[in-house]
Design a protein around this ligand. Sequence first.
Ligand code: ATP
Ligand code: MG
Length: 289
Amino acid sequence: MHDQAERLRNKLTPPKKQAKTIAFASGKGGVGKSNTALNFAIELQQQNKSVLLFDLDIGMGNIDILLGNRSKHSIVNFFADFMPISGIIELGPVGLSYIAGGANLNDLIDLDEEKLTYFFDQYNSLAYSYDYIIFDLGAGVSSATLSFILAADECFMITTPEPTSITDAYSVVKQIVIHNKELPIHLIMNRCHNMREAKQSVDRFKQVVINFLATDLVHTSLLPDDKVVTSAVMKQTPYIISAPRSAISRRLKKIVADFLVEDNETKQKSTGSFIEKLKQYLVVQGNDK
Ligand SMILES: Nc1ncnc2c1ncn2[C@@H]1O[C@H](COP(=O)(O)OP(=O)(O)OP(=O)(O)O)[C@@H](O)[C@H]1O
Ligand SMILES: [Mg+2]
């Protein structure tokens, strides 16, 4: 009863604080960032949070494809036609809001000063409308991608057990720590075949971060290699919806539950204005080039 009242209150009262921003990133491409970000976002929404999933893989985004929804507009139109940001928000499953990244390579956009200023202004109109804004970033770390990671309140770094993927993830973690040691970093090892070996591998990763970067990861978790992911991609229905009791869905739900517990404990919704931080890091990254 109490739970129900609480849920109703959450639905009726719009969030007043700035949305907490979470960046999903990886060193190597194709490790499962988009699938993990999407299913994570859906599960958060299912836990009565209002969530916006922002596909920032501009020109190569695939969130709308994973949802089987050909979006009318994407971030590409936003930058090319200076559309209002509210006009490119689509409604996904269980009430999840999302912004598609656009799928036409020819539409790749170079973010000049004018476009960035427009993005800063428009983003501010979103910041108070959601509990969480999740960025699905493109593979690798261009200076713009790194700035988005650094400006976010938290980062989920996705890797697979492959040594190449782990080494690339470590390079990104190192870049993050050099510029913003305070940023909470979660590590998810995806596509694990042998959970025991994978656990040893993430523990080693954690130890290397402690020894060489003098900081720690907030959390490490494992997601199995699971055929429901491929079948969810083929069916264009996220696995958390099409196979909620599968091994990967159960693990992902636990990751979201742990995240929400930690979030409640710290009671800290956001570590300051995302846009102010983004501006600062874009300048630093620009100067580093
Ligand atoms: N846990 C898993 N089990 C089995 N297959 C998986 C798993 N995670 C991802 N895959 C496979 O990997 C493919 C790529 O996943 P996804 O698009 O999420 O990666 P990505 O990191 O976002 O890629 P990119 O760097 O290109 O953006 C999926 O289409 C799926 O076939
Ligand atoms: Mg992706």
